[in-house]
Design a protein around this ligand. Structure first.
Ligand SMILES: Cc1cc2nc3c(=O)[nH]c(=O)nc-3n(C[C@H](O)[C@H](O)[C@H](O)COP(=O)(O)OP(=O)(O)OC[C@H]3O[C@@H](n4cnc5c(N)ncnc54)[C@H](O)[C@@H]3O)c2cc1C
Ligand SMILES: *[C@@H]1O[C@H](CO)[C@@H](O)[C@H](O)[C@H]1NC(C)=O
Ligand SMILES: *[C@@H]1O[C@H](CO)[C@@H](O)[C@H](O)[C@H]1NC(C)=O
Ligand SMILES: *[C@@H]1O[C@H](CO)[C@@H](O)[C@H](O)[C@H]1NC(C)=O
Ligand SMILES: *[C@@H]1O[C@H](CO)[C@@H](O)[C@H](O)[C@H]1NC(C)=O
Ligand SMILES: *[C@@H]1O[C@H](CO)[C@@H](O)[C@H](O)[C@H]1NC(C)=O
Ligand SMILES: *[C@@H]1O[C@H](CO)[C@@H](O)[C@H](O)[C@H]1NC(C)=O
Ligand SMILES: *[C@@H]1O[C@H](CO)[C@@H](O)[C@H](O)[C@H]1NC(C)=O
Length: 535
C-alpha cells in the first residue's frame, strides 16, 4: 500500500488497546464548578461534553492522528471546547479543585497521544473553536489562535499576499498550539529557521487562571514556550508571529535514486553538501521503498525532495556545480507559487484549489504509527548507510521511512540558548524514523515497534552522543517518562537533555516559578525543582 504523502493516511483497522483503568471520579462536581464560575462571557454549557453526550466520541476522535490511541479506554471525563479565555480560566481553576488533570489539544498530532490520552482522571481542553487568524501585511505579522492549523495559516497568508509566507511544517493539519511551542520546521528551515524563531508575542492562561502576554509573562516564560513545549506551562491561546518573504515563484522537485543508480554514493555526497547549499535550498533525503525505474520492481531507494526559493534557471547550474552526482535536470523541476508548493508537499494533486487547506475533515480512519528522531554531526560512513538500507528491506518496513533533513544556513546562526530548542550549529542533519502499520493487536504493534527500536539502536554509533539529541515535536516515550507526570529532576533530565540540551535546567526554573505544584503535567512535562513526590 502506498500513501499519497506523509500527511494523510488511510486504513480500516481498529485496535482495542490495553489500558490502565482510571479511578471512577464523577465529573459532576467539576461541571457544576464550571457552571457556577463567575465572569463567564459566553455560556459555558455549550462547550462541555460529558461522556453521556452523543457528540463526545466524534469530538474526541476528530483530531486523533494515530490509531495506537484511537478508541482506547483511557478517555477524558469531560471535553471542553472553549470559545474564549473565560472558559479556559474556569476550566483550569475547576480542574484543580476537583482533581482532574488537563490535557490541551490543538491539532492532535502528538506522536504519543499526550494531548488526549492520560493514565489518570483527566479532561481535554480542545482548542478546535479558537482558530482565528489575523494577517497584517503592512507590518508583516499575524495573530494566530492556538487551535488553528498550519494549513489554515498558510491559506490566510496567501489570501493577502503572494510574497509573504511562514516557515513551519509540511502537513496542513498540524496544529499551531503544539507545533510552534515545540519548534516547528519545514522546507524553509535553512533560510529562516523554526516557526518558534518567528514568535514575537503570545497569550497564555497560567495555573492561576491569569491571561498573560509577552509583557506580563516575563522573558523566561516567553522563552520557555518557544521550543520547550506548551503543555508544562499553561494553555496557550494565541501566537503573534513575524511573517517572512517568499519569492512569487519557487521551484520544487522530487527525484529518486536506487542502489543501481548509486544511491549510496549520492547520499555520501548529500551529507557533505546539503547543509552547505545556498540557504534558499532545502533538500531532504528519504530512504524508503520505491519503484525501481529500471525493473519496475519495489526496492529501497533514496528520494530527494526539495524546495528552492527561486527560479529553476538558477537552481540547475547551482546543483550541477555543487551536487553533480544527483544528476538533476530541468525536467525534474516544477515552478509554482509558494502556496502551491505547500499543496504539492502535502501530496495534493496539481491544480487542487488552495481551499483544501481549510478542510479539517479527517479521513474516517488512520494507521498505527511510531516515530523517533536523531541528530547527526558527522557524515554516516557508507557501510553504515548500506546496513540501514537492509533494515528497509525487512517486512516490518513496508510502510516505513527514514528522513534526513539538512541543517546549516540560518540554523547555524542562532545560538543554542536563544530558545529551548538547542539543535543548531554543529548538526549537519536531522533524522526522523517513522513506521506505519495497519494490522491490529499487540503482536503486530510489537513487531513494528521492535523494528524501529532496532533501527534506533543500530544507529547509535552514527548519531549525536552525550546526549543523543532528539526533537521534542517527534515525541518518543522510549527515551524516558515521568510517572503520571510526577518525576525527579534526575529522571526527567534523561529525556530533558536529549530534547533541550543545556536549556533543560532553565526550563525547570521557569516551571518552578510558573507552576510550582506541577498541575500542568504529562509523561514528559518539565518538572518543577520542588516536586519530586506525589501530592
Ligand atoms: C502527520 C504529521 C506530520 C508532521 N509534520 C511535521 C513537520 O513537518 N514539521 C515539524 O516540525 N513537526 C511535524 N510533526 C510533529 C508536530 O510538530 C508535533 O506533533 C506537534 O506537537 C503537533 O502539534 P499539534 O497542536 O497538532 O498537536 P497536539 O497533539 O494537539 O499537541 C502536542 C503537544 O502540545 C501540547 N499543546 C497543544 N496545544 C497546546 C496549547 N494551546 N497550549 C499548551 N500546550 C499545548 C499538547 O498538550 C501536547 O503535549 C508532524 C506530526 C504528524 C503526526
Ligand atoms: C452535548 O453537548 C453540547 C455542548 O455542551 C450541547 O450543546 C448538547 O446539547 C449536548 N447534547 C446532548 C445530547 O447532551
Ligand atoms: C471501541 O471500543 C469498544 C470497546 O472498548 C467497542 O465496543 C467499540 O466497537 C469500538 N468502536 C469502534 C468504532 O471501533
Ligand atoms: C501596524 O502596526 C502599527 C504599530 O503597531 C499599527 O498602528 C498599525 O495599525 C498596524 N497596521 C495594521 C494594518 O494593522
Ligand atoms: C509501484 O508502482 C505500482 C504501479 O505503478 C504502484 O501500484 C505501487 O504502489 C508502487 N509502489 C511503490 C512503493 O511506489
Ligand atoms: C522483478 O520482479 C519480477 C517478478 O517478481 C522478477 O521476475 C524479476 O527478476 C525482477 N527484476 C529485477 C530486475 O529484479
Ligand atoms: C542564493 O540564493 C539567492 C536567492 O535566490 C540568490 O540571490 C543567490 O544568487 C544565490 N547564491 C548562489 C551562490 O547560488
Ligand atoms: C473535505 O475532505 C473530505 C475528505 O477528503 C471530503 O470528503 C469532503 O468533501 C471535503 N469537504 C469539503 C467542504 O470540501
Amino acid at each position: 500500500m502506498k500513501y499519497p504523502s506523509f500527511c494523510f493516511t488511510f486504513a480500516t483497522a481498529i485496535l482495542l488497546f490495553p489500558f490502565h483503568p482510571s479511578s471512577a471520579d464523577s465529573p459532576e462536581k467539576f461541571v457544576q464548578c464550571l457552571y457556577n464560575y463567575p465572569h463567564i462571557t459566553n455560556s459555558i454549557s455549550n462547550v462541555v461534553y460529558k461522556k453521556s453526550n452523543s457528540s463526545y466520541s466524534s469530538i474526541l476522535d476528530a483530531t486523533i492522528q494515530n490509531l495506537r490511541f484511537f478508541n482506547i479506554s483511557s478517555k477524558p471525563q469531560v471535553i471542553i471546547t472553549p470559545m474564549d479565555v473565560s472558559h479556559i480560566r474556569a476550566t483550569i481553576i475547576c480542574a484543580q479543585r476537583h482533581g482532574l488533570q488537563i490535557r490541551t489539544r490543538s491539532g492532535g498530532h502528538d506522536y504519543e497521544g499526550l494531548s488526549y490520552v492520560a493514565g489518570v482522571p483527566f479532561l481535554i481542553v480542545d482548542l478546535i473553536n479558537l482558530r482565528r487568524i489575523e494577517v497584517d501585511t503592512e507590518n508583516r505579522t499575524a495573530w494566530v489562535q492556538a487551535g488553528a492549523t498550519i494549513g489554515e495559516l498558510y491559506y490566510r497568508i496567501s489570501q493577502k499576499s503572494k510574497t509573504l509566507g511562514f516557515p513551519a511544517g509540511e502537513c496542513p493539519l498540524v496544529g499551531v498550539g503544539g507545533h510552534f511551542s515545540g519548534g516547528g520546521y519545514g522546507y524553509m528551515l535553512r533560510k529562516y529557521g523554526l516557526a518558534a524563531d518567528h514568535v514575537i508575542d503570545a497569550k497564555i492562561v497560567d495555573v492561576n487562571g491569569n491571561l498573560l502576554d509577552k509583557e506580563t509573562m516575563g522573558v523566561d516564560l516567553f522563552w520557555a514556550i518557544r521550543g520547550g513545549g506548551g503543555a508544562s506551562f499553561g494553555v496557550i491561546v494565541a501566537w503573534k508571529i513575524k511573517l517572512v518573504s517568499v519569492p512569487s515563484i519557487v521551484t520544487v522537485f522530487q527525484v529518486t535514486r536506487t542502489l543501481e543508480e548509486n544511491a549510496i554514493e549520492i547520499i555520501h555526497k548529500w551529507q557533505r553538501v546539503a547543509n552547505k547549499f545556498n540557504e534558499s535550498i532545502t533538500m531532504k533525503a528519504n530512504i524508503e521503498r520505491v519503484n525501481s525505474s529500471k525493473s519496475g520492481n519495489v526496492t529501497v531507494g533514496a528520494k530527494f525532495e526539495s524546495l528552492y526559493l527561486g527560479r529553476v534557471d538558477d537552481l540547475i547550474p547551482s546543483m550541477q556545480k555543487s551536487f553533480p552526482e544527483l544528476g538533476l535536470v530541468r525536467e525534474d523541476c516544477t515552478e509554482m507559487s509558494w502556496i502551491e508548493s505547500i499543496l504539492y508537499k502535502a501530496g495534493f494533486a496539481s491544480g487542487e484549489s488552495t481551499d483544501v487547506l481549510l478542510n479539517r475533515t479527517q479521513l474516517n480512519s488512520l494507521l498505527f504509527l511510531k516515530a523517533k528522531s536523531d541528530y547527526v554531526r558527522d557524515p554516516i560512513p557508507d557501510f553504515g548507510l548500506e546496513r540501514l538500507w537492509h533494515f528497509l528491506y525487512e517486512d516490518a518496513a513496508k510502510d516505513a521511512y527514514i528522513q534526513f533533513t539538512p541543517y546549516g544556513g540560518r540554523m547555524n546562526e542562532i545560538s543554542e540558548s536563544e530558545t529551548p530548542f538547542p539543535h543548531r550549529s554543529g548538526y549537519i542533519f536531522h533524522i526522523q524514523y517513522r513506521v506505519y502499520w495497519q494490522e491490529k493487536g499487540d503482536a503486530a504493534a510489537q513487531r513494528y515497534i521492535n523494528w524501529i527500536r532496532r533501527v534506533y539502536k543500530y544507529m547509535e554509533p552514527h548519531v549525536s552522543k552525550s546526549p543523543r539529541a532528539a526533537y521534542l515535536n517527534y515525541r518518543d516515550l522510549d527515551i524516558g517518562t515521568n510517572n503520571n507526570g510526577y518525576t525527579s529532576f534526575r529522571q526527567a533530565s534523561i529525556w530533558g537533555t536529549k530534547y533541550f540540551g543545556n536549556n533543560f535546567n532553565r526550563l525547570t526554573l521557569v516551571k518552578t516559578r510558573i507552576d510550582p505544584r506541577n498541575f500542568f503535567r504529562n509523561e514528559q512535562s518539565i518538572p518543577p525543582l520542588t516536586s519530586n513526590r506525589r501530592k
